[in-house]
Every structure is written in C-alpha cells, then in structure tokens.
Design a protein around this ligand. Sequence first.
Ligand SMILES: [Zn+2]
Length: 78
Amino acid sequence: MDCARSIELLSDYDAGLLGDDDKLFVITHLSTCSDCDGVFRDLKLIVQTAFAMRSENGIAYPDEESLWQRLSASRVVH
Ligand SMILES: [Zn+2]
C-alpha cells in the first residue's frame, strides 16, 4: 500500500535522509494524496514545536520521534 510506505518514509524525508528513488516516491505521493500531505504537515509541526520548546525553555520535551510514531499510528487507516 502506497500510503503505508509513504508514512514510513516521511520522517526521513523531512530529515533529508532519503535516497533519490525514495525521495521521488514521497514527493509524487504527497502531490496526489491529501491524506499523506496532511500527515506530513502534522509531522513538520511536531518537529518544529518540539525543537522550539527545547531551545526556548531548555526543558526535556518528549522527543518528536515518539510523538510522531503515536500520531502516525493513529492516523493511518489500513
Ligand atoms: Zn497516501
């Protein structure tokens, strides 16, 4: 299923860690799938919020990876 693969790759895509093939797949999929595009927006928001809270307050905020796992698990409909 394309969405499952897309969700799996999103955090690495955001971090710039994907190879050309995977990156192209994500870009193509996001442009045709509004569900995954919405998930990607959420992911970016989580990463930015977690980063901002850490740098502004110096507190140990739950890391974005675990928040992301929880969110994507709740969003993906199989
Ligand atoms: Zn999708």
